[in-house]
Design a protein around this ligand. Structure first.
Ligand SMILES: [Zn+2]
Length: 124
């Protein structure tokens, strides 16, 4: 019984640690990607750290099944060129991700407005 309780506690701890780690990133995505025939044979996993604009992660090419690392500048729409067959792997969009992105943009705008207001206040 005691042992069970301890296990439960460590699970909760892991979970909160994961939550904490997630907040260190401004973009995280782990998706299946389709080949030319529309079959989900590949995958793409990327993350962008909150303080950088570099996308890191890995991919599996849906065309030739080559697996490689991603380490490039993050831009939207995001795509990776397979190092083996040059197939362009596009990161599919998700409504949820777009919403998240919008929120992030809103926050950024708010921060900008706050910054401007602060400057104005300093001047006046
Ligand atoms: Zn490929």
């Amino acid at each position: 019984m005691q042992c069970k309780l301890r296990n439960l506690r460590s699970d909760t701890q892991d979970f909160s640690q994961q939550e904490y780690t997630m907040s260190q990133f401004k973009f995280v995505s782990n998706r299946s990607v389709k080949n030319e025939k529309g079959e989900e044979t590949g995958k793409i996993k990327i993350f962008v750290k909150a303080d950088s604009n570099k996308a890191e992660g890995d991919y599996k090419c849906p065309e030739c099944l080559n697996e490689g690392k991603i380490n490039q500048e993050f831009s939207r729409p995001f795509s990776v060129i397979c190092q083996k067959c040059n197939f362009k792997i596009n990161l599919p969009k998700l409504k949820e991700e777009m919403k998240k992105e919008k929120n992030a943009e809103k926050k950024k705008r708010q921060a900008e407005i706050m910054e401007q207001a602060k400057k104005l206040a300093e001047q006046g």
